[in-house]
Design a binder for this molecule. Structure first.
Ligand code: NAG
Ligand code: NAG
Ligand code: NAG
Ligand code: NAG
Ligand code: NAG
Length: 562
């Protein structure tokens, strides 16, 4: 039985359960990903922690406001809101709060915590109570490696009286996606003649993007962050060693300012080491935070937990870079729409969110034996965050111009419509590039990504005290771009200007100014007769492989200094 038929079977089963309840996320894929194994049915008195997403108010108003504060031609450009002001706008109505509270109380649920914006409620209860609250749910324990969590593979419903007051309940479905295999291992010959480099280091990144030794942070209140959710930890000793090996030529910090969440023990992850080492060497001398597996309980969705945390802290860094994504088709619309609103909340506060666009090119989803389609991922497909794709040097050993890295994630959403800010750029691409992949492979009306790119190939990383070469993926390009935006924020702060915030509307208005256009190469997709592994191809100006291209720091700074 494949996941889809399983999902339909589950759907039919849970309908029998319903008496006076309604399914909140009827389209959620509740099947178990193949890398997780079932351990046991959870006992009735064990505890679970659930997150209730309460319906917000003024979501459309917030959307309009975000357009204004991030449009450089608007009088309201840069007039960001504080967390408290965002809370006043979105917090649920008194009726919503009351109905949800009464519902929880009537089931004896007492141990709940809210957040500043009051639109999430996190509660601990026994499994017995959780299953009474959410008819249809049946909690089991699953394991992947040393990581265990509680989930239900049957859909849940809620009482019809609370249905209209909730978006979804977190902690029931959605397994954390698999960490990407980011080290490709390069087989090419190593060369050491003068003018050649043996892989990407901070000095290679800095010279390609025209950063001089003087281009480091100096503003006192600047900050940047990386976020990790997949059992990945960085070691302070690795970071210090990396900086002593590779950062001699510019002023930098060698320690993280603040860790939010729990750093597990054990070995460092390549991914975590990469993120922190590169954001701190492009955004050099800027105070850096690490958000890592926030939360206390095995039932949680760590990504969701991080979103809650951002809405519960009034001071958070200005730029966040994240390498995390899941197939759009594995998530419910209710969940994605709500996370999208959470991104708007962040943007309204003047915070920039950068996500890696993924490492599978256009992706591939098998619909039937003969029919395939590209597979967009989320949050990559959200119109309210900035997506970073990947490039390689034309000559892998020289500081040449950049071409597409064939793994660079890109494509068109099936859930989110194309936002206004990108319509011109995307239409121009669709009109000028021939041939395009067959129209059955992608949704021409959807949000297209990525927005820009940077090198994603052959990086050096220090992990578990050992320097490792040939680390690749868009999780490398994202912190590099994040650090560069932080440097621009820094210059803006020194001039008394606000942060860049949600940059997409401004980025698309630049029409490629301040960026190196990437025009060569295609990314990968379905290995079938129709497309033969080829997704989209790079072209002059914007394209769904490398966006507008890669940063040329002095030129980009100039374009963004007002
Ligand atoms: C949000 O922060 C407040 C104050 O620090 C805390 O009491 C509350 O438990 C937090 N909420 C969650 C869901 O962690
Ligand atoms: C590094 O940043 C600090 C502020 O955090 C600043 O005082 C110092 O001047 C910066 N160093 C350089 C070389 O700009
Ligand atoms: C410093 O930055 C934080 C956000 O990280 C902001 O809330 C605070 O107002 C800033 N302080 C000053 C003095 O600019
Ligand atoms: C295409 O995208 C739009 C959003 O732009 C969505 O409403 C529609 O359902 C999508 N079509 C398919 C076949 O997924
Ligand atoms: C950036 O560096 C390249 C190569 O070193 C150089 O040709 C170019 O003039 C520089 N651009 C700017 C805007 O400084």
């Amino acid at each position: 039985m494949n996941a889809k038929t399983m999902r339909i079977a589950v759907f039919v089963l849970s309908f029998i359960w319903l008496v006076n309840g309604e399914l909140l996320e009827a389209d959620q894929d509740a099947s178990v990903p193949e890398d997780w194994i079932l351990v046991e049915r959870v006992g009735p008195l064990e505890e679970v922690e659930l997150t209730f997403a309460l319906k917000q108010q003024n979501v459309n108003q917030m959307k309009e406001l975000l357009k204004l504060v991030s449009d450089p031609d608007s009088h309201q450009y840069g007039k960001y809101l504080s967390l408290e002001e965002v809370a006043a706008l979105v917090q649920p109505s008194q009726l919503t709060e009351k109905v949800v509270q009464n519902w929880l109380q009537s089931h004896g649920v007492k141990n709940c915590h809210t957040i500043v914006t009051r639109d999430f409620l996190q509660c601990v209860m026994t499994v017995q109570v959780a299953e009474a609250l959410l008819p249809g749910a049946k909690f089991h324990r699953y394991r992947r490696g040393s990581h265990t969590l509680l989930r239900s593979t049957s859909l849940y419903s809620v009482h019809e009286d609370v249905y209209q007051h909730l978006d979804f309940v977190g902690g029931v479905h959605r397994f954390p996606p698999k960490g990407k295999d980011i080290s490709k291992g390069w087989e090419g010959a190593r060369q050491s003649a003068l003018g050649y480099h043996l892989g990407v280091t901070p000095s290679v990144v800095r010279s390609r993007y025209n950063l001089t030794a003087k281009d480091v942070g100096t503003a006192t209140n600047n900050s940047q962050a990386v976020a990790q959710f997949l059992e990945q930890y960085y070691h302070p000793a690795d970071l210090a060693e990396f900086m002593s090996l590779f950062a001699g030529a510019f002023t930098h910090m060698s320690a993280v300012e603040r860790v939010v969440g729990t750093q597990g023990g054990g070995k460092a992850g390549i991914e975590a080491s990469l993120d922190v080492e590169y954001i701190m060497s492009s955004g050099a001398n800027i105070s850096t935070w690490v958000f890592t597996n926030p939360g206390r309980h095995e039932t949680q969705e760590p990504f969701l937990q991080w979103m809650l945390l951002l809405s519960n802290m009034s001071a958070v860094p200005w730029v966040h870079t994240i390498s995390y994504g899941d197939d759009e088709d594995s998530l419910s619309d209710a969940y994605m729409n709500r996370i999208n609103t959470e991104f708007m909340k962040v943007g309204l506060r003047g915070i920039s969110m950068l996500f890696a666009s993924g490492d599978s090119g256009a992706g591939c989803r098998h619909l039937t034996k003969e029919r395939n389609t590209f597979r967009p991922s989320f949050p990559a497909s959200s119109p309210y965050v900035t997506m970073v794709g990947g490039t390689s040097f034309k000559n892998p050993f020289k500081l040449t111009y950049e071409v597409t890295d064939y793994i660079s994630g890109g494509g068109f959403s099936n859930v989110f419509a194309m936002p206004d800010y990108q319509v011109g750029a995307v239409q121009a691409y669709l009109k000028s590039v021939q041939p395009l992949p067959p129209q059955t492979y992608f949704n021409i009306t959807g949000r297209a990504y990525p927005d820009l790119a940077a090198l994603s190939d052959n990086y050096w990383v220090v992990t578990n005290r050992v320097p490792i070469p040939w680390v690749s993926g868009t999780s490398a390009s994202t912190p590099v771009v994040g650090g560069i935006l932080s440097l621009i924020n820094d210059q803006r702060f020194l001039k008394g200007l606000p942060s860049l915030g949600f940059i997409n509307p401004r980025l698309y208005k630049l029409q490629g100014k301040g960026l190196y256009d990437v025009t060569e190469g295609c990314h990968l997709s379905c290995l079938d007769d129709k497309v033969e592994g080829k997704g989209f191809c790079a072209s002059p100006s914007w394209d769904p492989v490398t966006g507008w291209g890669t940063p040329n720091y002095p030129a980009l700074l100039k374009a963004l200094m007002d």
